[in-house]
Ligand binder design. Structure first.
Ligand code: AMP
Length: 277
């Protein structure tokens, strides 16, 4: 496994990689959720490139860029075991030199949900992912359903800008109690960690109500809200039942519908989702 810090070195090595090339972009502090993406990339491609880059442009000024968890040595040991060919770990200065001034924006779907709470977040995501795609030139790139809106937005960027690769979305990996794995789970103290299962319980309630025939989106949102409000450590940011393609909020649930939510547990903001239909 080669570890590369500059764009020039990555491009040079890329030319010699057997194709197809699978690519998994990450912000590091890896867990089983990331490794499932890496394993699928390994199974479907001759070469696998993983990037580890905590991208400052997708964090708001009040967000956790500086304290985002980092452990590159542990990450590299995990990736070595998965037989990754190249790990790309650029510095911020390498990705954003002083003269940098071009941005990628996908429009309306990036203004909903996470985009509404975190203005500019997806502009940072699409810009860095477009840069990484140009640098790595993958045949397939792997994203987690855990970040459903992100996966949708990346697919849209690839289609709208005619990028020459396939976006593969991989199901969410969960802890035994249902909590979606996330690098940010490390912020939770033991009491908060127990309380955090409420996101999964609310999604389970939505699935149950829908499968019992409930079609009224507002009724489902209200029942999810009531369940979460019973948990004193939880503070709801949003609960959404939206068209899975446009992210328009629904009055009547029509599959495929994306049920997604963002909830603060103590100071830690967690997101999760499930698709109905
Ligand atoms: P991050 O390092 O948080 O930017 O995540 C890198 C990639 O891993 C993204 O495509 C995420 O959607 C994906 N990912 C993170 N957590 C999970 C999970 N629990 N299950 C599946 N994919 C995940």
């Amino acid at each position: 496994m080669k570890v590369v810090e500059t764009i020039d070195d990555l491009k040079r090595l890329r030319q010699k990689l057997p194709e197809p090339v699978g690519f998994v972009p990450t912000m590091g502090y890896l867990h089983e959720g990331h490794l499932v993406l890496v394993r699928q990339a390994r199974a479907e491609n001759s070469s696998v490139v993983v990037s580890i880059f905590v991208n400052p442009t997708q964090f708001g000024p009040e967000e956790d860029f500086n304290k985002y968890p980092r452990n590159p040595q542990r990450d590299l040991a995990m990736l070595e075991k998965e037989k990754v060919d190249i790990v790309f770990m650029p510095s911020v200065a390498e990705m954003y030199p002083p003269q940098f001034s071009s941005w990628v924006e996908v429009g309306k779907v990036a203004e909903r949900l996470e985009g509404a709470t975190r203005p500019g977040h997806f502009k940072g995501v699409t810009t860095v992912v477009a840069k990484l795609f140009n640098i790595v030139q993958p045949d397939k790139a792997y994203f987690g359903q855990k970040d459903a809106q992100q996966a949708l937005i990346i697919k849209k960027m690839v289609a709208d800008l005619n990028m020459n690769l396939e976006v593969v979305v991989v199901p969410t990996v969960r802890e035994p109690d249902g909590l979606a794995m996330s690098s940010r789970n490390i912020y939770l103290n033991p009491e908060e960690r127990k309380a955090a299962v409420v996101l999964y319980q609310a999604l389970g309630l939505a699935t149950k109500l829908w499968s019992q025939g409930e079609k009224d989106a507002q009724t489902i949102r209200q029942q999810m809200t009531a369940l979460i409000q019973k948990q004193p450590l939880a503070n709801i940011d949003y609960i959404s039942i939206a068209d899975a393609e446009t992210l328009d909020e629904l009055d009547t649930v029509r599959p495929p519908a994306l049920v997604s939510l963002a909830v603060k547990i103590g100071k830690t903001r967690l997101i999760d989702n499930v698709v109905l239909g």
